[in-house]
Write a protein that binds this ligand. Structure first.
Ligand SMILES: C[S@@+](CC[C@H](N)C(=O)[O-])C[C@H]1O[C@@H](n2cnc3c(N)ncnc32)[C@H](O)[C@@H]1O
Ligand SMILES: *[C@@H]1O[C@H](CO)[C@@H](O)[C@H](O)[C@H]1NC(C)=O
Length: 288
């Protein structure tokens, strides 16, 4: 490295024919490196995020694959750990609203993450308030963002069971839920939805769910809905609220709830969390 730099320096001398030029060369190199770094940072921080925010596939590849892997390597931590750090730094203990705000701030200004997000979160809030459910099932906890949103709007003595099959996410979610002070209302269950749904009645003494929030892997929405029907977990009037029905999309599920005489279904248009890509929630009332 040093040798090649010296050679370059000598090359510089020859071209200009001046003895003072090694300094010039170092200065040029310094400016070049600083400029290059600034350019890369601008690309990473503003240019690429602005360019991909209208395209679902590109936005997900950029935020959810490239940036996440890069930051994981650079910081030797995981995105959920960094998100928890933002909560501990910026949210007030026992104040669910401040936890939601801290996560949204982190995801809009630092790092995108797959929470339902602020925009669709408002729709989720209004559905929860409208139904005023006593029993809620959430499929897919991740870091507990939507768990906190839902739990903070439940009436006294209501119960929210949330399922997460990734133990690393569950560890973080427990801390986020506890920080928000909603842990008495929440039971976080670790494991796959397909394994737990058939055991809900006997394990948790559930009769039926008033509300189910589907936000796990998209190919599980339809099989898990049919499983909940078979297991008698839905009653006349139970509401299914499904996230990401447009982006990444759940076509088979949408086709099912929109065409089955057993459901009355309605779409709430919105945007993919922290972007301008269209996405929305599908609210489907089970008619029995
Ligand atoms: C989009 S994230 C959930 C986001 C969360 N609801 C929020 O808004 O804050 C989806 C989560 O579902 C989990 N998951 C996916 N498939 C699952 C399954 N079959 N059973 C349990 N958890 C699952 C994933 O590990 C991931 O953490
Ligand atoms: C905490 O909030 C402040 C003020 O809004 C913000 O500047 C800072 O980046 C936040 N920190 C994290 C880790 O999100």
């Amino acid at each position: 490295m040093q040798k090649s730099l010296q050679q370059t320096a000598r090359g510089g001398e020859k071209r200009t024919g001046s003895g003072a030029c090694p300094h010039m060369m170092w200065l040029t190199l310094l400016y070049g490196c600083t400029g290059g770094a600034a350019l890369l940072y601008a690309l990473y921080r503003w240019v690429i995020p602005a360019a991909v925010q209208y395209h679902g596939g590109l936005a997900l590849i950029w935020h959810d694959v490239i940036v996440e892997r890069m930051l994981d390597t650079l910081t030797q931590s995981t995105r959920p750990q960094r998100l928890l750090g933002a909560v501990q730094k910026n949210a007030t203990r026992g104040d669910p609203c401040s936890v939601v705000k801290a996560i949204d701030h982190f995801c809009r200004h630092k790092e995108w993450a797959m929470n339902v997000g602020d925009e669709k979160g408002c729709i989720l809030d209004s559905v929860v308030s409208e139904i005023n459910p006593a029993t809620v099932l959430e499929l897919g906890t991740y870091c507990g963002y939507s768990t906190v949103r839902i739990a903070s709007r439940l009436p006294p003595h209501a119960k929210l069971i949330t399922l997460e099959f990734n133990p690393d996410f569950a560890v973080i979610a427990r801390q986020v839920i506890a920080w928000a002070g909603v842990e008495e209302k929440v039971q976080l269950v670790e494991g796959a939805s397909g394994d737990w749904i058939p055991k809900m009645k006997e394990q948790f003494g559930i009769k039926t769910f008033d509300l189910v929030f589907l936000d796990h892997w998209k190919d599980r929405y339809l099989p898990d809905t049919k499983l909940m029907e078979e297991c008698g977990l839905l009653r006349k009037g139970s509401v299914l609220l499904a996230d990401n029905v447009i982006c990444p999309g759940t076509p088979e599920y949408l086709e099912y709830v929109r065409n089955s005489p057993r459901y009355e279904s309605r779409y709430f248009k919105s945007h993919l969390e922290y972007t301008k890509v269209e996405d929305g929630l599908e609210k489907s009332v089970f008619l029995g």
